[in-house]
Design a protein around this ligand. Structure first.
Ligand SMILES: Nc1ncnc2c1ncn2[C@@H]1O[C@H](COP(=O)(O)OP(=O)(O)OP(=O)(O)O)[C@@H](O)[C@H]1O
Length: 222
């Protein structure tokens, strides 16, 4: 793929509930870049991430993956992983099955899927819950399974919606370390967060504001 932003939006507008939530927003996310998406509750972080992941069609404008419009090439969504704020796990499957199903859908063999799922669950310290149903796990454990699933997919772009919100201090650091590390491998990372510490570890912070969210400022991190 030609060098350029891993993911971008151009003149993007998003509507929800009959209101404009995001208006005329142009952003670029580069390979190896770590970006924090901040802004008050209701400013549109989830709406933006979901649209960038190709799950919500824009009201106007475009999302481009590797320079190619997602609406023309929906298959490019396979290179994008999204950790949902609500986790998006299948509650009647085990933790391991949730990760394996995603890997199988991405074309991995059953054996590869089992190996990669086990490794990712181990890294997120949920290996001992691998055979438990998701509905038997705590919120924090479920969130780590959701992060493990996204990491196991080895996406070109990882979008994560408040991925440490349910974690205690120790696990917050672990989840953050694991997410930030994907950028070392060349992936772009975008984290929606209210946590200034997490934002401080990113290369760039984008702040959304209410009601119609436009990028107010994008500053370089430390
Ligand atoms: N499906 C929907 N129907 C109606 N309104 C919606 C819908 N989805 C989002 N909204 C509205 O869009 C606005 C932005 O919501 P969003 O969840 O994107 O904000 P957020 O910045 O992620 O908030 P938080 O920090 O609380 O997670 C809110 O006012 C919300 O009520």
């Amino acid at each position: 793929m030609a060098p350029g932003p891993a993911l971008a939006c151009r003149a993007l507008s998003c509507r929800a509930g009959g209101r404009t939530i995001i208006e005329d927003l142009t952003l670029e996310f580069w390979p190896g870049e770590r970006v924090a998406l901040m802004g008050p509750s209701g400013s549109g972080k989830t709406t933006l991430l979901t649209t960038l992941a190709g799950l919500l069609p824009p009201a106007a404008g475009r999302v481009l993956a590797g320079g190619v419009p997602l609406d023309e090439r929906p298959d490019l969504r396979a290179g994008l992983a999204l950790v949902l704020q609500s986790y998006g796990l299948l509650s009647l499957l085990t933790a391991a099955e949730n990760v394996e199903v995603a890997l199988r859908a991405a074309g991995r063999t059953p054996r590869e899927a089992m190996r990669l799922a086990a490794g990712a669950l181990d890294r997120l310290r949920v290996a001992r819950f691998a055979e438990l149903l998701v509905e038997e796990l705590s919120g924090g454990q479920q969130q780590r399974v959701a992060v493990a699933r996204a990491l196991a997919l080895r996406p070109r772009v990882l979008l994560a919606d408040e991925p440490t919100a349910e974690q205690d201090a120790g696990h917050r650091a672990l989840v953050l370390d694991e997410l930030l590390a994907v950028a070392d491998g060349g992936a772009a990372l975008v984290i929606a967060t209210h946590d200034p510490e997490a934002a401080g570890r990113c290369d760039r912070v984008i702040e959304l504001r209410t009601p119609a969210a436009t990028a107010r400022r994008a500053r370089r991190g430390p």
